[in-house]
Each structure stands twice: as structure tokens, then as C-alpha cells.
Design a protein around this ligand. Sequence first.
Ligand code: MRU
Length: 351
Amino acid sequence: MSNKKRPYPTATFAAVKWHTGILTLLDQRQLPGEVVYLEHDSATAVAASIKAMVVRGAPAIGIAAAYAVVLAARSAYQSATTSWRTACVAEIALLTEARPTAVNLQWAVATMCKAFNAIAGDPEPVLLNLARQIQDDDVVANHAMGRLGAALLAPASGVVTHCNAGALATGGYGTALGVIRTAFKNGTIAKVFVSETRPWFQGARLTSWELQQDKIPVQLVIDAAIASLMGNGEIDWLIVGADRIAANGDVANKIGTYAHAVSACYHGVKVMVVAPSSTVDMTTASGADIPIENRAATEITAYKTIQIAPNDIAASNPAFDITPAKLVDVIVTEKGIIQAPDAEKMLAMFG
Ligand code: MRU
């Protein structure tokens, strides 16, 4: 079985869920129109779903990959009880190669594989506990970041977020959306704007949907509207997640983040990057060393099945960009906040 469809008639959702030996992923490609869960019982199927954007968002793909390592080890143990560690190498490689930019994916797989040597007998119970721990820790980190980031907002703040860094993109609650959720509860948010986030429309489809479910008033705008909103004085903070933060504080995040950060800098709007420490990659010196995923040109030449651009047009579709540390006012992680990040401050916190 690769994966099975199962519709749930409920408004509550979990992007990644392990239940009775099966990994269930909310199919984010169908949202907000349909709430459909896909069941996975092999790591190969999970790798395909990560690639195809069934599950997306840096921490969520890391968590899904952690559970997928459980599936890989289980199947290897069934077919090769004494040499399961080598028998699952190929499937694990498929996972780490599924998407290149979000370091949480490699981090989660490496964390799972480090546990292999100490396991005697059936690997499933030990690895399952570890995968659950990775997910639980992420939720705890989200809430801690929510508190730390929200404390930076003055009353009546206008905020904008790009892409989706919410419960759908994490173990639950969200990074950038965790800050927005907490600040809304604290009563310090006057307005939330969401940019649509071409070409996958994570802002229009996912962030708007999540905020609507929480009854947080949100205004959707096209990506190109952000600079003029900032110019009109409607926005105090740009609050975003990250896919990888380099050792000098440069940030890889959804394509368009850099443009919004440049606009923010010009207009005196503050930039907050919210990410768990599993997104920090101290082995990557700067943003220039972060691999940027290039996705299919058809994602921008067509919308679903509707052709937009002329046939055979040359097109390039980088999924992420790099925001230099000097455009970032604050990085919020569960370990604390770094104002005006640079290599020295990053080393002091994450060295
Ligand atoms: O291509 P996606 O949807 O996986 O990109 C997601 C983002 O860029 C998010 O902002 C980032 O992963 C942080 S999620 C907490």
C-alpha cells in the first residue's frame, strides 16, 4: 500500500499523526476545500508525500520523516531481523533527499538514526517513542516561542505573515502563527495581514484557513501589496518562519520573504523570524551555502490544470530565498531571542 484516502468531517486537524502503526498526513494540497487524510505505511510513500507537498513546512516535514524512519526500520526488521540497520538505508536516503532546503528534515532523520546503535531487538517501540518526543518537543517549543515573540509586540500592532508557519507546518500551534496566536490572546494585535504566497498559495489557502478556525480576523492580500501596506503605515511587524537559519543568522524561508524584508527595512517595519532550534544549522556558514529547492516550472506556468503562460515558455521556480541577517531584527527560538543576529550571537546561543 502506498497511501489511502480517508475524509474526516471535523474542523480540528493534525498535520502529522501516528495511529495504530500508520502515519496519517493531512493532505494540505486539498485545503481549504477538502479535509482529507492520507494513510502511510512505508517510508517510501512518506518521502513521496513530502516531495508532493501533502505535508509541508520545515518542522512538519521533519516530524513526518521521523515517523517514516519508524516505518523504514519496522519493514527492514520484518525482512532482515539481524541486519535491519543496513536494510533500511535506501529508504532513509529517499527521505533525506525529498526536499533540500528545510534542515529540519535532515535533522530529524539524523536524530532518529543516532538512536539505532543502542537498540537491541525490535526497533519499532524505541524509535516510535523518539519520533513522538520530536513531535511533542516541537509543540512545547512553539508555545515557548509564542510567548517570547508576542512579548515583543506593542499594543495595537499591525502584523503581516508570509506563507504558512502555523499548526499545519509544525507539530501543532505554529512558529510565526504561534506568536500571532499568543499576541492575539494577549490583546496586542490590531490587524493581521496574510500574503497569498505564490505559487502554492500557502498564505491564501492555509494560513487564512487556520486563522479563520481560531476566529482571528485576517485580511488576505496579494504578495505585491505588502510594500504599499507597509508604506501606508499599516504594519509594525513582518513575522515569518524559517526553513534554515545559517550560522551567521541568514534566513532561508519561502520565496518572497526577502522582498518583504527589504520593504520592511525601507519602511521601518520590524522583522521577526520565529523557528525552533532544529531549524538552526550551525554547520552552514551563511545563506549562500543553503541549497535552494527549484521546483517544476509548471507550478508557475499553470494553476492546477489551467494554463497561464504561453506553451514552452522558459520559467524558473525557486521555492525559497535568503534574507540576510542584517535585515532581521530578531530571531526567536525556544532557547531565547537574538536581537540583530550575527555570527557571534548565533554561536553564543547555538554553538
Ligand atoms: O514550501 P513550504 O510550504 O514547505 O514552505 C514552508 C515555509 O517556507 C515556511 O515558512 C517554513 O517552513 C516555516 S514553517 C514553521
